[in-house]
Design a protein around this ligand. Structure first.
Ligand SMILES: Cc1ncc(COP(=O)(O)O)c(C=O)c1O
Ligand SMILES: Nc1c(O)cccc1C(=O)C[C@H](N)C(=O)O
Length: 417
């Protein structure tokens, strides 16, 4: 079959899969520019259509008219835990264990120091050498302050390393999905191994929340963190979240003791006393515009189960890989083909990956480049359809086959991608 016939056959199948998908029509919950296939929702999620009106109301009515009264009248005070519970529904956490606050980096810092204090006398924290850099930087600094030694061990070797560390281990801290390759790690096995030696496990859900069927409570995670601006679509600079399992809350002694985490902030006492529940993970005044934008963004998930979202994600990424094969694109995949080991992105390797990504962007297919040779394409199944996946595969084919990436305008490197 010619590539045109192959493409037509794939598109016809994609249309059927879209029509049958439990996520059929959810793209209408987003505002996206015409002519764009957006495959970068794993860096900055798209704009949910519900957000602008809510932000307008927060700015004009809640802030502009009601002024300081909105802390009570619009319940700004409990917004962070209310939105935390909404995220909790997407990551398998019962209410009262998730709060929206700070950045992922800051929450990881709180989690590592908090874990060290939950396991006094233990001296080791394990993490992935291929972690997103901020995780490495923050873990190193938190460990230095808490008197822990950091051992960087790849997730595939983590269970053995946990057994080797034994009762020295305080915390195993891992991302569930590798941000570059999209590989999905078995954090349940890592968590069980950590518990077997009396240690804790922290999960970084930046590349999982909102696309995987995460079950924090059922799988025994102790701590988790994640960001609000990727698949949760909270917008640029959206606050992050932190989960502390109910069983640890009373003893969770996090290091950033700001007044929003105090049990009675308006007593204005000179002595810190942590709030009883997950509120103690708060620090200072939250960015309310962003917290409430995130709350509105999460309504895009109304009526969808994490299991359905995960199934749709696998179906779309699976079809994209199949389309690459069928169209004869023979770039090496950095992402596993196996559903059980794939997050919600497909990464390809190419020696001129940066220029390939620029050529794709010029065609309206927005993905990103990651060092050293990764073409990273994220599939947010709420707004990336099977038809988009096939069209994107055809664009990749054309960019490679026609060597579009060699054009000088695509080789210039910018600061941020
Ligand atoms: C795994 C991971 N951790 C952390 C971050 C970022 O943390 P922050 O929200 O502090 O910028 C990202 C992405 O930016 C990430 O992919
Ligand atoms: N957080 C970002 C930012 O502040 C600027 C540009 C990109 C980002 C990202 O989220 C990158 C993303 N975490 C990644 O996996 O590469």
């Amino acid at each position: 079959m010619t590539t045109v016939h192959t493409h037509d056959a794939l598109t016809a199948r994609a249309e059927t899969l879209d029509a049958q998908s439990p996520l059929h029509g959810t793209r209408d919950r987003f505002t996206l520019p015409d002519g764009v296939i957006y495959l970068d929702g794993n860096s900055l999620g798209a704009l949910p259509s519900a957000v602008p009106a809510v932000v307008g109301d927060v700015v004009h009515r809640q802030w502009g008219e009601r002024l300081i009264r909105s802390w009570n009248e619009s319940d700004w005070w409990s917004a962070q835990t209310r939105v935390g519970d909404a995220i909790g529904r997407l990551v398998g956490a019962a209410p009262g264990q998730v709060v929206v606050t700070d950045s992922t980096s800051v929450n990881l810092f709180k989690a590592v120091v908090g874990a060290a204090r939950l396991r006094p006398g233990r001296t080791v924290v394990l993490t992935d050498p291929d972690s997103f850099p901020t995780d490495l930087y923050m873990t190193d600094s938190a460990a230095r302050l808490a008197g822990l030694e950091v051992r960087r061990v790849h997730p595939r070797d983590a269970v053995a390393a946990i057994a080797e560390a034994g009762e020295d281990l305080a915390l195993a801290s891992y991302s569930s999905v590798d941000y570059r390759t999209g590989e999905l790690w078995d954090l349940v096995a890592i968590t069980e191994a950590a518990h077997a030696v009396g240690a804790l496990a922290c999960w970084d859900l930046c590349h999982s929340a909102g696309v995987l069927d995460i079950r924090l409570d059922a799988d025994g995670a102790d701590l988790a963190i994640g960001c609000g601006y990727k698949y949760l679509n909270g917008g640029p600079g959206a606050p992050a979240f932190i989960y502390v399992a109910e069983r640890h809350l009373a003893d969770f002694d996090q290091p950033l003791t700001g007044w929003h985490g105090h049990a009675r902030p308006f007593e204005m006492s000179g002595t810190y006393e942590p709030a009883p529940g997950i509120t103690r993970a708060r620090v200072g005044t939250p960015p309310l515009l962003s917290v409430l934008a995130l709350e509105a963004a999460l309504t895009a998930y109304d009526g969808l189960s994490p299991a359905d979202v995960r199934a749709a994600s696998l179906s779309v990424t699976g079809l994209f890989i199949e389309a690459l094969d069928a169209l004869g694109v023979d770039l090496p995949l950095a992402t596993p083909r196996d559903d059980d080991h794939r997050g919600s992105q497909v990464s390809l390797r190419h020696p001129q990956a940066f220029a390939v990504v620029q050529a794709l962007i010029a065609r309206g297919v927005i993905g990103d480049f990651r060092e050293p040779d990764i073409i990273r394409l994220g599939f947010a199944p709420l707004y990336v359809t099977h038809v988009d996946a096939v069209a994107a595969a055809e664009h990749v084919r054309a960019v490679i086959a026609d060597r579009e990436f060699e054009r000088p305008e695509f080789t210039e490197r910018g600061a941020v991608t």
